[in-house]
Design a protein around this ligand. Structure first.
Ligand code: UDP
Ligand code: MG
Length: 318
């Protein structure tokens, strides 16, 4: 099979029939063999009925996965990826903002140009400013942290992957925003971008609004960066900072002790160690340093016992 289209959806019943017939037209025009996997993420509208109808009309090409409740876009993608059989896997949003007309070129970039992953880039966006401006900021940070400098738009719903890529990454929580980073961490580094057309939402409204998506987005980025850099060796970061702090604390203790002795020798009455700022420095630094060290040690114990500690990706074997 050439292409699997994976579509996560949450309350998009109005869009589905039009979306599917559009995909079908593009696939037939280009003579692709394909499947469409709709992942119904706990919709409360008629979405599942629509998917059922589409499946009945096209039993070989339309597949559906129905979640019992709303888990989020990442879990939906995860389950869709698990089922995808096509050589190239394309994800797109269900809201008709992404155009199926992009599919042939995306397919060509993966199969002929040899990309592992091609991300859509909505150069001209039809979203409110409250969405596009924070997104710019978000993408700039994501580029810096991940080291993928050629991507403008990490979170575009329209993406294409070589099948191998999606079988070797695990999208969880809200990590769909960082799939290119996940792919890069897993060793798939040929990541490209294609400018795609974007349209205003035709039906319903956006499921990702509000400020907390940016707070959570940044926290997720931090976790990913940490896992990528120190996930297998937590002691290297905690142990280092901890030791550094402990040394500063130790030096401060020496200063405090030496001052006290000096005062006593010169006949001061009641010289107090708490008069010295170094006393407080010594106190905090030694306590924090030890704690960080212990945190590193615990992290090390955990990662030593983690089931995926020796989960390396072997690309080829002879
Ligand atoms: N979506 C989902 N589960 C959710 C929220 C959204 O499967 O909990 C789907 C949604 O139906 C759509 C896609 O994810 O197909 C992108 O959502 P949306 O269009 O609301 O995001 P935006 O384009 O506004 O960023
Ligand atoms: Mg949308």
């Amino acid at each position: 099979m050439d292409i699997s289209v994976v579509i996560p959806l949450y309350n998009e019943d109005e869009s589905l029939p039009e979306l599917f017939s559009w995909i079908k037209r593009v696939m037939e025009e280009n003579k692709f063999t394909y499947e469409v996997i709709f992942v119904n993420d706990g919709s409360t509208d008629r979405s599942w009925d629509v998917i059922n109808e589409l499946h009945n009309q096209n039993p070989d090409t339309v597949h559906g996965i129905k979640f019992r409740r709303n888990y989020g876009k990442s879990p939906a993608l995860y389950c869709g990826f698990d089922r995808a059989k096509g050589d190239v896997v394309i994800t797109m949003d269900a809201d008709l903002q992404d155009s199926p007309d992009e599919i042939p070129e995306l397919y060509r970039m993966i199969t002929q140009d040899g990309y592992d992953l091609v991300s859509g880039y909505k150069q001209k966006r039809y979203d409110p400013l409250s969405k596009t401006i924070p997104t710019k900021l978000f993408n700039a940070t994501a580029r810096k942290v991940s080291g993928i400098h050629n991507l403008h738009d990490f979170n575009c719903g329209l993406k294409a992957y070589r099948n191998e890529v999606i079988k070797h990454i695990e999208v969880y929580g809200e990590m769909h925003r960082y799939i290119p980073y996940l792919a890069k961490s897993a060793g798939f580094s040929k990541i490209g971008e294609k400018t795609v057309h974007h349209q205003a939402r035709k039906f319903g409204k956006s499921k990702f609004m509000g400020l907390n998506r940016f707070v959570n987005g940044y926290l997720d980025l931090l976790s990913l960066w940490f896992l990528d850099s120190f996930g297998l060796k937590p002691m290297h970061v905690f142990g280092f900072i901890g030791t550094l702090m402990f040394i500063v604390g130790l030096l401060s203790v020496i200063v405090v002790g030496a001052t006290k002795l000096y005062y006593l020798n010169n006949g001061y009455v009641h010289p107090l160690v708490t008069d010295s700022p170094y006393f407080y420095l010594a106190l905090t630094m030694m306590i924090l340093g030890t704690q960080l060290f212990v945190a590193g040690f615990l992290g090390e114990l955990i990662s030593r016992n983690a089931p995926e500690r020796n989960n390396y990706q072997i690309e080829k074997e002879l």
